[in-house]
Design a protein around this ligand. Structure first.
Ligand code: ADP
Ligand code: MG
Length: 260
């Protein structure tokens, strides 16, 4: 029997209220996608194809206009600590140190001080910030801030990590370091990851599966199973080959649409 998906989108559509004088257009149209427990799935597509909308619906921040989103076969009703979110903009509180930021979740759950400190230190170590735990966000580089934000989400021990272009604002070298680190964290925690990106290379390097989206309206055009052996190298022939395959899929779908 096939395994029950951890997270599923069932015929999910989303229409935002239209701006004055504009026709109401679907930001997301009829997306059905099943994500298996422990998988690393990338939502890949150009700006405006509804990636953030899908992620925000999965987080429970906004509701679908129609369709359902299920976690462990149960329809979600709003945000929950089973799902952790990491945004492109580092959502750290500027008046707290890295350590205090990471301790927030465990503190809110009522974890005793010593235990939450130990937990926060463990996750900060996992993202390589052991030497910077007492620094404030303004004292951290962009990459370090995003590491702290990831540690903060990890400290809630979510079963699903929802990441919206988390490395999009970083320079290439920092981004590559963080990609490697995220894969290490994923192997250690085996959490399910839904990762939004517009980079085909990033999707091929990270994912078990790539959901290819297109815009106007935002829709799923194809999913590609990525069975390339890990660890993967950014420039290896098999990575480049799969990048080309995904590029072609996208191109074909756009051409078919244009011909309709
Ligand atoms: P992506 O993250 O792939 O760039 P989004 O999910 O942000 O795409 O947006 C999908 C579509 O929905 C776009 O056309 C965007 O303009 C529209 N949109 C997103 N958020 C809102 C909003 N709060 N109100 C109205 N339209 C929105
Ligand atoms: Mg977005």
């Amino acid at each position: 029997m096939p395994k029950e998906p951890k997270l599923s989108f069932e015929h999910v559509s989303k229409a935002y209220p239209s701006r004055r004088g504009e026709a109401r257009r679907l930001a997301v149209e009829d997306v059905t996608l099943n994500i298996e427990e422990g998988h690393f799935v990338c939502l890949l597509g150009p700006s405006g194809c509804g990636k953030s909308t899908l992620l925000n619906m999965a987080a429970g921040f906004i509701l679908p206009t129609s369709g359902r989103i299920l976690v462990d076969a149960k329809e979600i009703a709003g945000p929950g600590i089973d799902r952790g979110v990491v945004f492109q903009e580092y959502a750290l509180f500027p008046w707290y140190t890295a350590l205090q930021n990471v301790e927030l979740g465990p503190r809110a759950k009522g974890m005793p001080a010593a235990a939450r400190r130990a937990l926060a230190e463990r996750y900060l170590a996992m993202v390589g910030l052991t030497d910077h735990i007492h620094k404030y966000p303004r004292e951290l580089s962009g990459g370090m801030k995003q590491r702290a934000a990831i540690a903060r989400t990890l400290a809630n021990e979510p079963r699903i990590m929802l990441m919206d272009e988390p490395f999009g604002a970083l320079d290439a070298q920092t981004r590559e370091g963080l990609q490697d680190q995220l894969l290490d964290i994923w192997s250690a925690t085996r959490t399910t990851i839904v990762f939004v990106t517009h980079s085909i290379n990033e999707a091929v390097l990270l994912s078990d599966e790539v959901a290819i989206l297109a815009a106007h309206p935002g829709r799923l055009i194809h999913t590609v199973r990525n069975r390339l052996p890990r660890p993967r190298s950014r420039t290896s022939a098999d990575v480049v080959e799969l990048e080309r395959e995904i590029y072609d899929q996208r191109y074909l779908a756009e051409s078919r649409r244009a011909a309709e």
